[in-house]
Design a protein around this ligand. Sequence first.
Ligand SMILES: NC(=O)c1ccc[n+]([C@@H]2O[C@H](COP(=O)([O-])OP(=O)(O)OC[C@H]3O[C@@H](n4cnc5c(N)ncnc54)[C@H](O)[C@@H]3O)[C@@H](O)[C@H]2O)c1
Ligand SMILES: O=c1ccn([C@@H]2O[C@H](COP(=O)(O)OP(=O)(O)O[C@H]3O[C@H](CO)[C@H](O)[C@H](O)[C@H]3O)[C@@H](O)[C@H]2O)c(=O)[nH]1
Length: 322
Amino acid sequence: MTWLVTGGAGYIGAHAVKRLHAAGTPVVVYDDLSTGDARRIPDGVPLVEGDVTDKAALAEAFAKHQVTGVLHFAAQKSVPVSMERPLFYYEQNVGGLAAIVAAMNEAGVRRIVFSSTAALYGLAPEETLVEDLVVDPISVYGETKLIGERMLRFASAACGFSWIALRYFNVVGADEPALGDTSVGNLVPIVFRCIDEGRTVSVTGGDYPTPDGSGVRDYIHVADLADAHVVAVNHLIGREPGSVGEVYNVGTGTGSSVLEVLDAVRAVTGLEVPAEVVARRPGDPARSVAGVAKIERDLDWRASRGLTDMVADAWTAWRAAR
Ligand SMILES: NC(=O)c1ccc[n+]([C@@H]2O[C@H](COP(=O)([O-])OP(=O)(O)OC[C@H]3O[C@@H](n4cnc5c(N)ncnc54)[C@H](O)[C@@H]3O)[C@@H](O)[C@H]2O)c1
Ligand SMILES: O=c1ccn([C@@H]2O[C@H](COP(=O)(O)OP(=O)(O)O[C@H]3O[C@H](CO)[C@H](O)[C@H](O)[C@H]3O)[C@@H](O)[C@H]2O)c(=O)[nH]1
């Protein structure tokens, strides 16, 4: 059973590759290295440099490496950029998955794990976001991932695939310093950059209907998230193709506010970390916290690392990269 990991040189994909490789599951990385780094790939794991929208190159990689399953991480992931460049996001995220599904179908590959996102819940007001909510994404990014889930649902029924879509909440941390997140799009790396540059952190919104007024999110350690992928892969391996088609939230089930994240950064770094409340960011929900009962029940997976672990590991990786 060889698993082709698209985006395996990226932040989250590389963590999953490391875990699968260590567990003895044969993997091959397929990545165009646009945001990835080949140095994240463990020795002994082959890298195919290619674009996920290139069906012929995918078909070649499937044949050469006798691929029997796919983990599809490769995508564009910025909410604001998706609003500025929607066509690029549809091309990459929807077109990329469509090419993979078509290449899988032609090659007889019938198992896939797909990277989805909590961003597809949009402004859903529920205290806890559960998988069967009717969702209405408010960003192109969230929409492309919802289209991806639906594509898998309908195409899998016709092609006899088994599939699992994992909706990641807010991913933080690193398993080892070399695997850290090098993009500075999210809160924790933004705070670290403010520390490095001696700037005050902007808390975007202090008047939300949350206990301290700042936005609440479900932060999940990337190592826990990587473990969820191993569990998903084993779930698919252990069952007949065509018999599994499910969406799972991947979070801790616990919300932390921006002010609580800042306190965790202060505790970890021992630094003051000045912050000021500024205007809300347009389109931000007050609260985004995962319902995790489904993944606990079906896959027997639960997060084991808390916010302090996440921030500490993210800080170690941030320092090592500088
Ligand atoms: N990081 C998060 O907080 C987060 C949250 C929810 C969902 N996700 C999803 O998780 C997945 C991985 O995210 P990440 O944080 O590791 O991002 P990343 O940018 O670090 O990794 C993406 C990888 O895909 C590769 N790639 C991009 N476009 C490609 C293409 N057209 N062909 C081949 N390779 C290509 C990049 O080189 C990179 O190695 C994405 O699908 C993203 O939407 C991420
Ligand atoms: O400078 C900043 C940046 C962010 N925030 C706040 O910090 C929280 C987290 O913001 P992030 O930008 O880190 O993350 P989001 O929750 O907006 O979205 C992230 O998580 C989503 C999943 O829930 C998607 O994956 C999406 O791509 C990813 O950016 C929010 O309350 C935001 O308002 C600040 O206070 N100051």
